[in-house]
Design a protein around this ligand. Sequence first.
Ligand SMILES: [Zn+2]
Length: 447
Amino acid sequence: MTHILIRGAQTILTMDDDGHELQGADLRIRGGQIVEIGAGLEPGDAQIISAAGCVVTPGLVNTHHHLFQTLTRAVPGAQDALLFGWLRALYPIWARFGPEEIHTSALTGLAELALSGCSLTSDHLYLYPNGARLDDTIAAAAEIGLRFHPTRGAMSIGQSAGGLPPDALLERETDILADSIRVIDAFHDPAPGSMLRIGLAPCSPFTVSRDLMREAAGLARDKGVMLHTHLAENAEDIAYSLERFGCRPGQYAEDLGWTGPDVWHAHCVQLNSSEIDLFARSRTGVAHCPCSNCRLGSGIAPVRAMRDAGVNIGLGVDGSASNDMGNLMAEARMAMLLQRVASGADAMNAREALWIATRGGAQVLGRDDCGQLAPGKRADVAVWDVSGVASAGSWDKAALVLAGPSQVRDLFVEGRAVVQGGQVVTIDLPCVLDHQNRLARKLAEGL
Ligand SMILES: [Zn+2]
């Protein structure tokens, strides 16, 4: 059984219930679990990892992503568009993807996340062109070794019915539900310490029918899996909801069974106070994606108000076509900065931002076994070297979101090293990136 002792950390930020911060402390991992934290632990037969000059945190948790979009970063025609125009520019490119594109882009996106300290990520794959399957991303996560919550997304209403996506990217709703059952039965592991949990995630209220939203909710509850979609992302989204459904997105979600502790919605930039109250009462989660919201000009999500009301919030890098990066530590910094833009310099501090990026995300994904460093919790651990240039001169090295590296030195997931010395060690990343760039060039040449 793996036995690792991370020794002599400058600070361990536990994110436990009491917010303990330990100076000069060690952390012991056995198998996939944290078993002991404290100063001067006996090494025994442990593999020793020196953490001198490092801050140790829980692995970060990403609650919203579209990994496939790493193949369409910074596409010229989509660089400056609002959400709906951005989607119209990208759909025809995505329609040419297949299993190879889905798998390679997922490996790339997962590696990028791992380097930024992320140990657990969800993914929202809502298009399955040319034989692509959710299985392609699941294989990528198993190769790199990240804990993975992929969601079976879907689109069923296209241009011919007044929707946004081209009809070629749509699936029949009966096929969507059948494949949802297939992937849950094949892959979902509800056990504590699970490396893989499936969720159901029709793309958004404007790309599937009301019936599919309702049926997906019923199926998710039958099977004990979570529900995820995009909601209240920007003003266009609200206008569409009022015009098509005669109500705001919060009402729409509630009417269709899309509130509760087993549901989390991406964005929620435009929630009003009664919707915030609804989310707090029903313990519905939110994936806050600050860089994407800036990139698409969607607005500033009312995170301070949501947190004060008791809404569970995690962070999401969102797809790499609307960010165009996938660095979760950068996302935590942006989350903090945006609340300050909206509400003043005391609206969110560095530790709260990091708490949202770790514990908050784990809560949103229903994982009380992740997101904190405490005996009995899973051994998802990020080691940040604060001896370098980004932290030099910092008076509070644990305030990583203010002054600190945006990439990890080491990352352990379930007690296994995924990043060591700043390099991904589980896959041949240069080879993956070479393949990724060739696929991107091929897609660009086909335009
Ligand atoms: Zn998204």
